[in-house]
Design a protein around this ligand. Structure first.
Ligand code: GLA
Length: 386
């Protein structure tokens, strides 16, 4: 990649920095982050990496290993929202850091990634976090990682137009190698829970479908949750988010709620319970119970939240029949993307074979997969001297 950097920007004596931010897989706790609930993601061992050199002016020039053009923008005044689409992420992050008065100079930067793009594994969050870390590093500026995650979420909302929760940016910034993170999205307190690799591994399977619905449906789910909170808080005024609602309270309000809104709320409430229970099952190394919770989560996302699709259902089904797989579920926003299966080391290869044999027959598509353990969060691999 150093060679590609020279091809794009020429060779000179400026110091080269290198930063990394991982993609993520969420083990459980889906569509709970924007309801002030619990999530349980882990960082992948796959990353977005940025090589960069500081400039003396306020221009950011950005090249990518897979895009032909070099994007150029200034951080002197508000960063422009301009094409190409992939530049929305670094532009948004640059603007967030500019507004916080952390940037004086720009950079020449090359980005490359081995996080599958559009696979529901937070390639965009990893790009945002890596962009932020690169800009901070060339500026010798400091920002704590939770604040960087919030700046990146702001960028995703304002520049990419996706009203995401905080999970993806937070785990990419704050992941700890060998651990999954139970995150309370209300007060952003993380609890790092060790994963014993000698006992469980994770197979990530990309369905290789991306349904066009994704963004509209995501926004629709957020609105339905908001609607549920409005209606439930009429009976229970202390309710600020679905996080505050129990199933008993929801049942009390059943007649007030449209049946679809009821099911959406039911998913969020039960998913929060499952996520807490999953964390304690993992701590007790009760893999079988943790696996059951993953299946229950998938069914709830499919039936109550309505965000699965036949391809994801087929993948979960195929994995469920493999001995040594404890559990499987869709991961991320849904409507395509990936599933995650948890199992013994030996079951990983068996599940991969089962998928290669059965998924094409069932869907006409090929899936791609890889085994992962919990990787490290964002970090500077090589900084400026001194
Ligand atoms: C996407 C969003 C996250 C989260 C998940 C669903 O990945 O970016 O904030 O809401 O969907 O759990």
């Amino acid at each position: 990649m150093e060679k590609l950097f020279v091809d794009k920007f020429g060779d000179d004596s400026r110091p080269l920095i290198k930063v990394r931010a991982p993609g993520r897989v969420n083990l459980i706790g889906e569509h709970t982050d924007y309801n002030d609930g619990y999530v349980f993601p882990m960082a992948l061992t796959r990353n977005t990496t940025i090589l960069a050199k500081p400039r003396t002016d306020s221009t950011v020039r950005l090249a990518s290993s897979i895009e032909p053009q070099i994007v150029e923008f200034s951080i002197d005044t508000a960063v422009k929202k301009e094409a190409p689409k992939w530049s929305a992420y670094p532009r948004g992050v640059a603007e967030a850091l500019r507004q916080k008065k952390l940037l004086k100079i720009g950079m020449d930067a090359l980005v490359y990634t081995d996080v599958p793009l559009g696979g529901g594994l937070s390639s965009s969050a990893s790009f945002e976090v890596a962009s932020g870390l690169a800009l901070l590093t060339v500026n010798r500026a400091k920002m704590n990682l939770p604040d960087l995650a919030l700046a990146c979420q702001w960028a995703e909302h304002q520049y990419a137009g996706v009203p995401c929760g905080i999970m993806d940016q937070y785990i990419s910034a704050m992941g700890v190698k060998g651990h999954a993170m139970l995150l309370d999205c209300r007060d952003l307190t993380p609890r790092q829970i060790p994963l014993d690799n000698s006992q469980v591994e994770f197979l990530i399977v990309n369905s290789n479908v991306k349904h066009e619905l994704v963004q509209g449906e995501y926004t629709a789910r957020r609105n339905q949750c908001q609607r549920a909170v409005e209606l439930i808080s009429r009976s229970f005024p202390t309710v600020k988010a679905l996080r505050d609602v129990s199933m008993t309270m929801l049942e009390e309000c059943r007649l007030e709620l449209d049946p679809v809104v009821f099911r959406r709320a039911k998913h969020v409430i039960t998913e929060n319970q499952r996520t807490l229970e999953f964390a304690s099952a993992l701590e007790k190394k009760n893999w079988a119970h943790a696996g059951e919770l993953m299946y229950a989560s998938h069914n709830s996302l499919r039936d109550d939240y309505g965000v699965s699709c036949p391809e994801l259902d087929a993948l979960v089904d195929i994995c469920a029949a493999v001995p040594g797989i404890y559990g499987a579920r869709m991961t991320g926003g849904g409507f395509g993307g990936s599933i995650v299966a948890m199992g013994r080391h030996a079951a990983m290869a068996d599940a991969a074979v089962a998928i290669d044999n059965q998924y094409p027959q069932r869907t006409g598509l090929q899936a791609t997969h890889f085994v992962t353990t919990a990787g490290a969060g964002a970090h500077v691999v090589q900084g400026l001297a001194g």
